[in-house]
Design a protein around this ligand. Sequence first.
Ligand SMILES: C[S@@+](CC[C@H](N)C(=O)[O-])C[C@H]1O[C@@H](n2cnc3c(N)ncnc32)[C@H](O)[C@@H]1O
Length: 237
Amino acid sequence: MFDWRGYLDGAPEYLARHYWWAYLDPAGVWFFDHHPVINLILFGQYRNILDEVMRRYAVAESACTLQLACAYGSLTPALARAENTRELHLLDVAAIQLRAAQRKIPPSSKPVLLARINAEALAYADNSFDATIIFFLLHELPAEARQQALRETLRVLKPGGRLLIAEYGANRGRHLLHRFKPARRLLEKLEPFLNDFWHSDLDAQLAACARNNGKALRHNGETALFGGFYRVVEYRA
Ligand SMILES: C[S@@+](CC[C@H](N)C(=O)[O-])C[C@H]1O[C@@H](n2cnc3c(N)ncnc32)[C@H](O)[C@@H]1O
């Protein structure tokens, strides 16, 4: 009989229980890491979201960049190739994800350092990074884990550093996909922490995490995509 515990192998319980099929199973990792698949999951918005992250990322020199968890598609190769990256750190709690990411690093890229780390307890010193990118991770974390990952993110971000978050937009019940019950139900079934994320105040949460680390965080602009169903948000510590 199927038992998700077989996928634990150092992964947090929520990841093995709810997302084994997407991130831990070899067939899932192979299947999802294809452009048409991730583009379909993001309602055709993958390129727009990635371009907006890279547009905001490109405006300043980043000696040291952190990508907080692997992502399917071409974010890692894009960051690794970017003119303004000097060194890219990529972490993930799942070894299979790091192996898949490693295969996508272009030969002529900047140095990329991969590490198996849980985002809730970052094994980096305070103020290590000039830029941190979080691509669709937050809505996949239970509230407490999300809070802890954000606290850690703000700890390792340098004063003056930039934080870029690509995520679902807040759910104010206005978007068609928020109002169309079958679509909402399906998303909530596949993404059990999405509903909580949809209704959480990301700005307030981040401000509290920054204060917790003796830092102030400035909202530096937000781009709404697909009628606000997705967003790319930029902060400055
Ligand atoms: C960043 S999200 C990206 C989701 C999105 N669908 C995509 O691929 O574009 C998925 C990744 O987060 C990782 N992950 C989940 N929880 C984590 C945690 N607590 N610490 C580090 N990585 C985590 C998973 O192993 C997976 O590789």
